[in-house]
Design a protein around this ligand. Structure first.
Ligand code: GDP
Ligand code: MG
Length: 131
């Protein structure tokens, strides 16, 4: 997926995008950094409650661009026009995940995809969207 609103000084990054839920059944610990938080049990129930759609995006500034499209964690704080701002109501049902750093992007992609499951491609209009 190609993200057109990119800042020239940013690096090429990888970010993991997920249309929630599934996962823990496969022994994955996607939210291990949140293990000590009071909402963790509810979060695990939520994220394992059904199938999810997994995506790996690559592009200049992909982490920040994706987080901008997704919007704030709390849908009430998320801007209109963002996925959470337009489509979600509660933090505990906020529709979509996006990695919060390039390091976590790599870690999460490695958790959710085996080698060979990802394909790399460039859209034909790429040079018209980015210098
Ligand atoms: P994100 O990076 O914007 O997704 O937010 P975090 O990494 O802080 O939290 C991960 C996910 O945990 C969020 O997207 C929510 O689904 C959930 N979450 C975070 N804070 C809360 C909370 O206070 N209550 C509940 N029920 N869920 C939360
Ligand atoms: Mg997060």
């Amino acid at each position: 997926i190609f993200l057109p609103h990119l800042v020239a000084s940013m690096e090429v990054e990888e970010t993991y995008i997920m249309v929630k839920p599934d996962g823990i059944q496969r022994g994955l610990e996607h939210y291990k950094d949140l293990k000590t938080r009071p909402f963790f049990p509810k979060l695990i129930n939520y994220i394992t409650s059904g199938p999810v759609v997994c995506m790996a995006w690559e592009g200049v500034g992909a982490v920040a661009s994706a987080r901008k499209l997704i919007g704030s964690t709390d849908p009430l704080q998320a801007e209109p026009g963002t996925i959470r701002g337009d489509l979600a109501v509660q933090t505990g049902r906020n529709v979509v995940h996006g990695s919060d750093s390039p390091e976590n992007g790599k870690r999460e992609i490695a958790l959710w995809f085996k080698e060979g499951e990802l394909c790399q491609w460039s859209p034909a209009q790429a040079t018209w969207l980015r210098e």
